[in-house]
Each structure stands twice: as C-alpha cells, then as structure tokens.
Ligand binder design. Structure first.
Ligand SMILES: *Cc1c(COP(=O)(O)O)cnc(C)c1O
Length: 499
C-alpha cells in the first residue's frame, strides 16, 4: 500500500514514510492509494474479538510495511486496560433504545485524543528504524490544551524520542495547566509561554522553519517531527473504534448483520468524523454521518451550502476543543469525493489560503450531502442538553458530547430518520467540570469553587468516580516550572536538548 498526496505533486511513499513526514512535500495530506475492504462476514467476526484484535485487523491493511509482530507490539503497548481503566478500551453506553454513546475518553488524559496519541509514538519509532533514520526524534507541540497533554502522555518514556510542549500560560483551564506542569517522564518538557495560543503556535512554526536550528540539531543527532492531527498515523487508529462500536452492537444483538447505523460526531479539525467516512468506504454499514459543530459553525455552512468560509469571528465556546475555523482534515474528504482530483483539491486549498474561502461544485456538494448532515449547537443549548439528558437518564455528558446530542436531536426532528445511532463522546464530563456542574446543579454549585473542588461536587452529584489521573492532580508535585517569552522559545529548546 502506497500513500499519495492530496495535491498530487510528489511521489508516493510507504506508510512508514508517510507517518514519519506527517505532511507531504507539496503541502498536501497523505492518503492511501487503495481502500481496504471488509465484508459483513469479517465484521461479524470482529464481534468476538477484543479491541486490540480489532485494531490489528484494521491496521494491518493500511500499515502493510509493518510486520504483524510490530503492529501487535504497537497495539499492546498503546491500548492496555491499565491505561484505559477498562478492558473494552472504547466502551458503548446505552443512552436510549436506539441510541448508544461511544466513550472515547477512558485514556490517560480523559479525552479522545488518547485513542490516536497513545499509539502514534510507537508507529513513529518503528517508522524511523524502517526508513533508516538514526537521529533521535524531537516532537515539538504548541497546544491550547488537550493535544499537548495527550502528546506528552503518548511520548512519555518512549525510547528514541523527546517531547517539548509549549502552552499559553493564561490560555488553558486549571485542570489542563496542572496536567501539563505535573507531567512525569524522563523525556518530557512542558513550558509555559507568556502569551496566547497564537504566540505559542507561531513560535513553534518559527523553530520548525529555522535552518540554523535544524543544522544544530542534526550535528547533535536530533531531528524535529510533529504529532499533529493531519498525520496518517493519527487518523488510522481512529477508524478502529467505528468498527469496534458496530461489532459491539452486533454482539449485544442490537442490530442485524449488515444493518446500517448513523454516527454523530462532535467535530473540530474533521479528523474524527473523517475516520468514520473511511470506515464507511471500507464497508462498515453506515447510513448517515452527522457532523456536529459549536458556534464556530464553518462546517455546518459548508455541508449545507458548498461554500467554505473562514472569514468570520472566532468564538470562544464551552466546547473549546472544537473552537476551530480551519478544519485541516476536510482536504482528505474533498480528495475522496472528487475521486482523487488533486488539481481541483489543490485549487480549493490555495483559495482557502489566499482568500479564506472556496466553493465546491454542485456535484461535489451533492456527494457530500448524500453522506453528511451538519448542524450546530450554541452554548446555551449545549448546557440545556446536559441538563435534560441528566434528568431523563442520569447520564452525564461533557460539553463536546452534548453538542453532538443536541445536533442529533435537530437531525431527527429535521429528517425523521430513526436509524439506530451512535453518539461519539470525546471527553469525560470531569474534564470540563465547571460547565457540567453548572448545567446539572445550577450556577450556585459552581460559585467560588476551583475546578479541583468541582471534581468532587460532580462525583457526589452524579455518582461517578473521578478518573484516577484527574483525582490527585492538584496534589501531585509540580515538575515543570519554566515560563518564557515567545521570543525565547528557541533558547528553551536548546536548553532542553543540551545543545
Ligand atoms: C479534538 C477534540 C474534538 C474534535 O475532534 P476533530 O478530530 O478535531 O474533529 C472534539 N472533542 C474533543 C474533546 C477534542 O479533544
């Protein structure tokens, strides 16, 4: 299996090469040249398998330059019951008769990024060996919260790697900040930047493109890489849980073999829902994919009109991990629905870069609408959804998942489609506890309390146990105290690497 660029201007590479490079040289994203197919019989067999076995089946088709024993090793190191607190890894929770919630937040950082970032480091280390790299890899990340912590946990103590994460000193929540400063591991550095997320991100971009730094790194046996969500090595493990959810529904006798289901996905960068689209292309019986956004509803407008327009106000919402105006992974969908018309895709992406907007043709729009339905939820509807689902069922949603549930309600009202549905849940309610407690216990329950005090409030109110990694967070020793100006990020990298 070879991988080509969505923009069509560079030569095809192996999976290991695609994972090592992240982005193609022409600025495009790597896509597999073929689709791996699963028929109903294969899918039915998955219902008897463990999550790890299901993962192996999906991965071996796409990462065919890795040996089975290498992939087994990756899967077994990433998806352990110890790290995920459950044998199921990605368990289903039955919410209503025909609606399940797929919980993707049992990993070490309590959000869905763990599903990919627990395994990517292992893919990457093996990719380096396979492609003859001798350097030690240095992962640089600028984060507004979830990704940085998930990357730190994923790369922690992974041989042959170091990871340096920069986060805005005042731009993350209390829980997120404590997660970052208490990070354990012999190869991890987390550094606050005196500024906002853009300052941190621009600083990281500057370091990546600084030739002197690259040369200095090379002289010292290091090489930069990134772990961002356009890497194929992050996308492919996300396909697994769609098959896994379906297999679990078969196992629970909730659906017949071949019966179609809907998936509802809270969306930001379009990575998670794109994995669902790949699963569908691969033969998973899917009826519709519901794309749920918050007030940053660029994707809602795009699916409904065919016009992508990021020239709009950026809004800070209660579902911050979806506060995004450029959904990078959409480029892969455009490539797929135009049947690999890379010239057209490159044209749209250039327009996006230069004008902030592009419009797809009618045929492309229709093809997208045949599969996707899109809607959005504002903060007030999101909170109401948390409250109503809690009072009806006792189940507690986080804000991101609540966006999905609210948009799903709108979908059912608008289409009357009652096909069985899976709501993809991307964060533990404990991670965004302030909004959640406000929704289920009222403003008064939140006033004057820190996020750490609210963990126990939420636990008492809901009867849920606080996820172990969050529980003692405020009592853990602070290991990373460094703070720097945006202009000094390069010096911090050099210090960390001793060069
Ligand atoms: C990253 C994230 C999302 C958005 O996922 P995409 O793959 O970027 O669409 C949704 N919810 C949470 C909690 C996240 O961390």
């Amino acid at each position: 299996m070879l991988y080509r660029s969505t923009r069509g201007n560079c030569s095809n590479v192996s999976a290991a090469e695609a994972i090592k490079r992240g982005l193609a040289a022409d600025g495009g994203l790597f896509v597999p040249e073929k689709t791996v197919h699963f028929d109903n019989e294969h899918i039915q067999k998955m219902s008897e398998m463990t999550y790890q076995e299901r993962a192996l089946k999906i991965l071996e088709g796409y990462l065919d330059d890795y040996t089975i024993s290498e992939l087994t090793d990756c899967v077994n190191q990433a998806y352990t019951a110890q790290k995920f607190g459950t044998e199921a890894i990605a368990p289903l929770h039955k919410l209503y008769d025909s609606v399940n919630v797929l919980e993707l937040w049992h990993g070490p950082t309590s959000a869905f990024k763990d599903m990919a970032l627990q395994i990517l480091p292992h893919f990457l280390v093996k990719a380096l060996k396979k492609t003859g790299e001798k350097e030690e890899i240095v992962i640089l990340v600028a984060t507004s919260g979830d990704t940085g912590k998930a990357a730190l946990e994923g790369f922690r103590d992974v041989e042959g790697t170091k990871i340096i994460v920069f986060y805005p000193s005042e731009g993350v929540s209390q829980v997120q900040k404590m997660q970052m400063v208490t990070q354990e591991g012999s190869n991890v550095y987390s550094i606050a930047v005196n500024g906002n997320f853009d300052d941190a991100q621009n600083g990281v971009k500057r370091i990546f493109s600084d030739e002197d730094v690259a040369a200095l790194l090379q002289d010292n046996g290091y090489k930069f890489s990134s772990a961002n969500s356009i890497n194929w090595g992050r996308l492919v493990p996300q396909i697994v849980y769609y098959f896994s959810a379906y297999a679990d529904m078969l196992k629970n006798k909730e659906i017949e073999v071949g019966e179609k289901v809907n998936f509802v996905v809270p969306t930001g960068n379009f990575g998670n829902i794109l994995a669902a689209y790949y699963a569908m292309q691969m033969g998973l019986p899917v009826n519709r994919l519901v794309c749920a956004s918050n007030d940053n509803n660029v994707l809602t407008d795009f699916v409904n009109t065919g016009v992508y327009d990021k020239n709009r106000e950026f809004k800070k919402t209660l579902s911050p991990s979806m506060d995004i105006l450029i959904s990078s992974n959409l480029e892969r969908l455009l490539y797929l629905v135009t049947e690999g018309n890379s010239e057209q895709v490159a044209g749209w992406m250039n327009k996006l870069k230069n004008e902030g907007t592009y419009a797809v043709d009618q045929e492309t729009k229709k093809k997208i609408q045949n599969v996707f339905w899109a809607g959005y939820s504002n903060d007030s509807d999101t909170l109401k959804t948390i409250e109503s689902v809690y009072s009806e069922t006792g189940y507690v949603l986080d804000t991101h998942t609540a966006v999905a549930v609210d948009v799903y309600d709108k979908y059912v009202i608008s289409t009357s489609d009652v096909t069985k549905a899976v709501i993809v849940s991307t964060a533990s309610p404990f991670k965004f506890n302030e909004s959640v407690v406000k929704a289920i216990a009222g403003e008064g329950a939140v006033n004057g309390k820190t996020e750490f005090e609210l963990l126990s409030v939420l636990s008492e109110k809901s009867g849920l146990t606080i996820p172990a990694p969050l529980k003692e967070l405020d009592k853990k020793p602070v290991l990373h105290k460094e703070i720097c100006e945006p202009t000094h990020m390069i010096e911090k990298v050099k210090e960390a690497l001793n060069i």
